[in-house]
Design a protein around this ligand. Structure first.
Ligand SMILES: [Fe+2]
Length: 409
């Protein structure tokens, strides 16, 4: 599990990880991958002025995953008043074809949006609003369909799928927060357009397969303001504008571009920040493997209060479930399967579609609801490649190239 430590709390033998994420880069974060061989290494890091570091503790052994999560995110700490506002109205299999068409159309929209913006064309707000409405309608019918597709993204289309994923996840969180549809629409639009400023960042920086230099990071940090400048004359609601300009701000004032603090950051921007970070952490990029969802949520939980809004984060954890739709898991019975529906009231007990028996036999279709099976629990979360499980057997809306990239993850 990856956790943030003060450099003064480091000990020999700990493994430092470089998360390679621009929003994490700051002058006080030590981010050179590797095991700390001795106290001398640690003294040198402290002497160089680094204050914080991310370390990866050992991967939990089989059977420990629930304990590990409970230790980091105690149940009682997650918003007690959470109420599931999105119970499925139609079956997953019914919603998947429409969700697939919508997701593919949205990615096509994102591609033409980015192309147009790079040629200084105005944002097609109306078309974006229609996509946001379609996404809203799909998640209110059965949110698990789009959530599954978000998880099964194509690896080569991050730039385009990221803004769709952020739009879907932000809309979902907004509904679960009890917002009116008119508010959710603005949150969704903010998610869709939050990174438009990146179209003005050189490709060499945007797609660099390694950590950014200080100079490159300074350029990257311009994208919220560039995005805001691009839409200034288009009459977008202030909530959408703040999602574009402030989605890299942190509650403690250590974000960018303005170093806003606490209430100076709008709720919409705080929502976009949370889902943006989650999608970035759980995505495969040329320079990093995806983090497993429960590890990303544990890491983000360690940022609550300081960097991320605790109430919104608690709702997000409930909304996603500790094991989001599309997660490949192993059960205490030895079966492996794919999470196909979460239970917000019991985030550790989702619905799992069984895919592989303890003897390795493939099986499809049988669903087990862990919320009703107290004797069976999740013991491991795995990558599809590690588990030898093709998630499309449980979520058949994904096309073969999508699945291929996911299985090889
Ligand atoms: Fe951004």
């Amino acid at each position: 599990m990856i956790t943030k430590l003060a450099t003064k709390d480091l000990a020999p033998g700990m493994r430092v990880v470089n998360l390679d994420l621009p929003w994490l880069a700051n002058p006080f974060l030590y981010a050179r991958d590797g095991v700390l061989a001795s106290q001398e290494d640690i003294d040198r890091i402290i002497l160089e002025g680094f204050l914080e570091v991310y370390v990866d503790t050992e991967t939990p052994a089989s059977g420990d995953v629930e304990e590990e999560i409970e230790e980091v995110i105690p149940h009682q700490k997650v918003e007690e008043t959470f109420q599931d506002r999105l119970p499925p109205k139609v079956r997953l299999s019914e919603e998947l074809p429409a969700a697939r068409t919508l997701f593919d159309g949205s990615v096509r929209f994102a591609r033409s949006l980015m192309l147009g913006l790079s040629k200084d064309k105005p944002i097609p707000v109306e078309e974006g609003a229609r996509i946001v409405d379609d996404i809203f309608n799909s998640i209110t019918r059965n949110c698990n369909a789009l959530l599954g597709l978000v998880k099964l993204r194509r690896r080569d289309e991050y730039t385009y799928t990221h803004c769709i994923n952020v739009c879907v996840l932000a809309s979902l969180l907004s509904v679960q927060l009890g917002h009116k549809p008119s508010v959710t629409r603005k949150v969704g639009l903010a998610g869709l357009f939050h990174d438009i400023g990146k179209t003005h960042i050189p490709d060499a920086i945007l797609n660099k397969s390694g950590p950014l230099s200080n100079e490159e990071f300074m350029v990257m940090k311009l994208h919220p303001e560039l995005g805001l400048r691009h839409v200034q004359e288009q009459g977008l609601p202030p909530e959408v504008m703040s999602g574009i300009s402030d989605h890299h701000e942190k509650l403690n004032g250590k974000g960018y571009p303005r170093g806003l603090k606490g209430d100076e950051i709008s709720e919409t921007a705080r929502i976009i920040t949370i889902v943006d970070i989650y999608d970035a952490l759980t995505s495969r990029r040329v320079y990093k493997d995806p983090m497993l969802p429960h590890q990303a949520l544990c890491l983000m939980y360690s940022m609550r209060g300081e960097e991320l809004d605790e109430r919104l984060l608690s709702h997000f954890i409930r909304t996603q479930g500790i094991y989001p739709v599309g997660s490949v898991v192993e059960l205490s019975s030895g079966w492996r399967g794919v999470v196909t529906q979460i239970c917000p009231e019991k985030p550790l007990a989702p619905q799992v579609t069984l895919v592989r028996s303890p003897l390795g036999r493939l099986k499809t279709g049988e669903v087990i609801n862990l919320a009703e099976q107290s004797q069976v629990k999740i013991t491991r979360v795995m990558t599809p490649g590690e588990a030898g499980v093709d998630p499309s057997l449980a979520i058949p809306g994904a096309n073969s190239s999508t699945v291929q990239s996911y299985v090889s993850a």
